[in-house]
Design a protein around this ligand. Structure first.
Ligand code: PRP
Ligand code: URA
Length: 207
């Protein structure tokens, strides 16, 4: 059961750009993907390796390749904003999609779509969504993945509220949470504060 807040000067700097109300869609997208890439370096530290042999121009030597196969699963829509950054580092990852949005009145998750790689149960799944607010969407997505037989999941987000962290740890203690920031809390509308606003709208320019 773990929550890892990834601290790095580059992430701090880029988070400030994301939080700013003055940041436009292009800059927002670029910085979100750059943070996702930096986080991936840390979040994949425990990937398993297998021993192999490589021939350098001078000699044969022992070397390593990844044993774990990875599947990346963004929660639509906002999770899409982190995919390219992660794929830059793990280009062989397969990508599934799960569509869950939050009912704006009840804040309950509403499921609408899922398409997963056929071999997902043999893969390590990185579930991504920039915002962990009440935790309803992430818990729903993990319930769903587990119902399909997935057993090895990590959750990666950008900003996490204490409520969402508590809910996720309670429902899925086996799923480590990697986040760039743990923020103060949720406002009356269920938005994270200080947060960065509606992440999906800021990525796609829909508001
Ligand atoms: C946002 C966000 C998460 C969810 C977090 O999605 O991307 O999926 O809210 O809130 P929760 O922890 O309280 O469930 P949203 O519902 O705005 O959908 P969108 O990505 O399609 O804009
Ligand atoms: N979803 C968002 O996009 N932002 C929040 O602050 C909470 C949920």
């Amino acid at each position: 059961m773990s929550v890892i807040e990834i601290n790095h000067p580059l992430i701090e700097h880029k988070m400030t750009i994301l939080r700013s109300v003055d940041t436009d869609t292009k800059l927002f997208r670029e910085n979100l993907n750059e943070i996702a890439k930096l986080m991936t370096y840390e979040a994949t530290k425990n990937l398993k390796l297998e021993t192999t042999e490589v021939t350098t121009p001078l000699m044969k030597t022992q070397a390593y390749v990844l044993q774990d196969k990875v599947a990346l699963v963004p929660i639509l829509r906002a999770g899409l904003g982190m995919v390219d950054g992660i794929l830059d580092l793990i280009p062989t990852a397969k990508v599934g999609h799960i569509g869950v949005y939050r009912n704006e009145e009840t804040l309950e998750p509403v499921y609408y779509y899922c398409k997963l790689p056929t071999d997902i149960t043999s893969r390590k799944v990185i579930l991504v969504d920039p915002m962990l607010a009440t935790g309803g969407s992430a818990v729903y997505a993990i319930d769903y993945l587990k119902s399909q037989g997935v057993t090895d999941i990590i959750f990666m987000c950008l900003v996490a509220a204490p409520d969402g962290i508590a809910k996720l740890l309670n429902k899925h203690p086996d799923v480590p949470i990697y986040t760039a920031k743990i923020d103060q809390g949720l406002n009356d509308n269920g938005y994270i504060y200080p947060g960065l606003g509606d992440c999906g709208d800021r990525i796609f320019g829909t508001k």
